[in-house]
Ligand binder design. Structure first.
Ligand SMILES: NC(=O)c1ccc[n+]([C@@H]2O[C@H](COP(=O)([O-])OP(=O)(O)OC[C@H]3O[C@@H](n4cnc5c(N)ncnc54)[C@H](OP(=O)(O)O)[C@@H]3O)[C@@H](O)[C@H]2O)c1
Length: 291
């Protein structure tokens, strides 16, 4: 039997990491790392881990993902999201390792009236988007094409019991409130982290490289997602649509972040629809939270 493919994962303690590591560990040998043991700003630490594990792939998920924090502290966002990614890419280049870099739909301007494909030009509008896009460029400039896979994720949900992001928050709220509001003029594509894990498995197994959009199918607002959560939870809570101006944020939010997965479709790989993925996740939340 050939030895298992080894994957060193950065930022593995985050929301995406939890589900993806579990998914990939079924087939591959995965080494999860996070702060403080592997800070991607620290080249020496990266080189030490690379020497110790000798991975075939680095799954690079580490990032500052709080958009408003990135806007407030662009130096920190650049140090982690851009230079941290460059550091990881350089360590991969030195050792002949491949990188899988998780990027975002937040690199687009949002001015398009329909979902973005891989052919659209990124024009990021906030510090998070800019630094994640600079991360993409760092990967492209540092590594040969056969050693780089860039996956752009949409609005991620997942993590189960530990979920403190939109879906987890709304699921808890709809059990406590009889009314809530959700933004209805910003569009995105929901993205179940477990589905990203399955996709990475497929792309590694089939030795695929390049840039791919990786969201579940759909172009919806947070209002649509909240309404669907209420339906799936079977609770009596009214969701009211409101404009984004009702929730002022420091970082500007692009009004269109939805994506199509044109290149995955060309490969013959289909991400399932967001409603099916969300239904599976809400069933999981019901079990893990016991309500
Ligand atoms: N969440 C989304 O909707 C979304 C959408 C598209 C793409 N993505 C991308 O997907 C990846 C994972 O996102 P996520 O939602 O899992 O975010 P997350 O929960 O914030 O996880 C990111 C992880 O990176 C860690 N980290 C921060 N700075 C680091 C550093 N200097 N060195 C090493 N690790 C560091 C964080 O640790 P601390 O918690 O201690 O800071 C955290 O554990 C990110 O690259 C993100 O840009 C996310």
């Amino acid at each position: 039997m050939s030895p298992k493919i080894k994957i060193l994962a950065t930022g593995a303690g985050g929301m995406l990491g939890g589900d993806v590591i579990k998914e990939l560990s079924e087939k591959f040998e995965v080494f999860p790392t996070d702060l403080p043991e592997l800070d991607v700003r620290n080249k020496e630490a990266i080189n030490r881990w690379m020497g110790k594990i000798k991975p075939d792939y680095v799954l690079h998920m580490a990032a500052i993902t709080d958009l408003d924090l990135c806007e407030e502290n662009p130096e920190l966002a650049d140090a982690v999201n851009h230079i941290g990614t460059l550091n990881v890419a350089e360590a991969c280049e030195k050792t002949g390792t491949s990188i899988i870099y998780i990027s975002t739909s937040g690199i687009f301007s949002g001015r398009k009236k329909s979902p973005y494909s891989e052919n659209d030009k990124p024009i990021p509008q906030n510090a998070y988007g800019k630094t994640k896009y600079l991360g993409e460029l760092a990967v492209e400039k540092t590594l040969p094409s056969e050693c780089r896979l860039i996956l752009r994720a949409g609005w991620l949900f997942g993590g189960g019991k530990k979920d403190i992001k939109f879906v987890g928050k709304i699921y808890k709220l709809v059990h406590r409130l009889d009314k809530l509001t959700a933004v209805n003029d910003i569009y995105g594509s929901p993205n179940y982290s477990v589905d990203i894990g399955k996709l990475i498995d497929y792309l590694i197994t089939n030795k695929v490289n390049g840039i791919y959009h990786a969201s579940n199918e759909g172009c919806v607002t947070r209002f649509d997602i909240a309404e669907e959560i209420v339906r799936l939870a079977g609770v009596d809570c009214r969701v009211e649509p409101v404009p984004a101006t009702d929730f002022p944020t420091r970082a500007p939010r692009p009004p269109m972040e939805a994506m199509t997965n044109k290149k995955l479709e060309k490969l013959g790989y289909k991400m399932r629809g967001w409603k099916e993925a969300l239904a599976e996740y809400i069933d999981r939340l019901k079990c893990e939270l016991e309500y």
